[in-house]
Design a protein around this ligand. Sequence first.
Ligand SMILES: [Zn+2]
Ligand SMILES: [Zn+2]
Length: 121
Amino acid sequence: MSQKNFRRQRRHEADGFTCIHCKLHVPGQAWGTKHRNHCPVCLYSRHVDERPGDRASPCRSPMEPIAIEAKPDGEWAIVHRCTGCGEIKVNRIAGDDSERALLSLALRPISRPAFPLDDAR
Ligand SMILES: [Zn+2]
Ligand SMILES: [Zn+2]
């Protein structure tokens, strides 16, 4: 990316944010998404948008990643649930999201089955 491009986008985008969950400082830019809204390490988000990028929500509560959605085109998205108001949002993953965190989120129900797998015959 050229320096000129970088500056233009910086003005355009928020300067990043501090993760509400793990306190990581998250830069505003990420490969693969225009509106970075979650932490690449713990995947937590924050309820600040009514629509992606508008920062119009008064809620401001942490949004917990609760599931992975696999879209028909193979892309993954993170399902977030607001710990304040309970709103559910689906967010595209970013290019630098932790693959380990994404996988462990995807495998969470498998690792904690709600019924005994031995009796599945
Ligand atoms: Zn975090
Ligand atoms: Zn909320």
